[in-house]
Design a protein around this ligand. Structure first.
Ligand code: HEM
Length: 79
């Protein structure tokens, strides 16, 4: 799976280029490094990261494996 096809499941909330503030909370994902994005996505899974709407992201991250999360982080960092 490539990053662009995986990102289709994110675009509705985060915007086609990651600049939208998803559900009005958190930080835009556009402009963040791959390392930061990966750390925050894994953080939803291990409980070390998240805000008031973290349950939304925890449920999405649970459906992805580590390789898919890495691919997404690399893809989003290039927006
Ligand atoms: C937060 C990635 C799908 C809603 C985040 C953050 C990342 C991220 C990296 C942390 C942003 C930050 O504060 O620095 C992704 C990826 C997705 C995805 C890669 C697809 C696989 C979605 C979808 C929704 C959504 C489909 C809406 C149903 C949110 C919300 C937050 C957030 C509400 C803030 C949650 C909180 O309070 O911590 N997302 N997202 N995301 N995302 Fe997503």
């Amino acid at each position: 799976e490539d990053g662009a096809s995986l990102y289709r499941m994110c675009a509705g909330c985060h915007g086609a280029d990651g600049s939208k503030l998803a559900m009005g909370v958190g930080e835009p994902i556009k402009g963040q490094s791959a390392e930061q994005l990966y750390k925050n996505m894994k953080g939803y899974l291990d409980g070390s990261f998240g805000g008031s709407k973290k349950s939304v992201m925890i449920n999405i991250m649970k459906r992805l494996n580590d390789e898919q999360i890495k691919t997404l982080a690399d893809h989003i960092a290039k927006f």
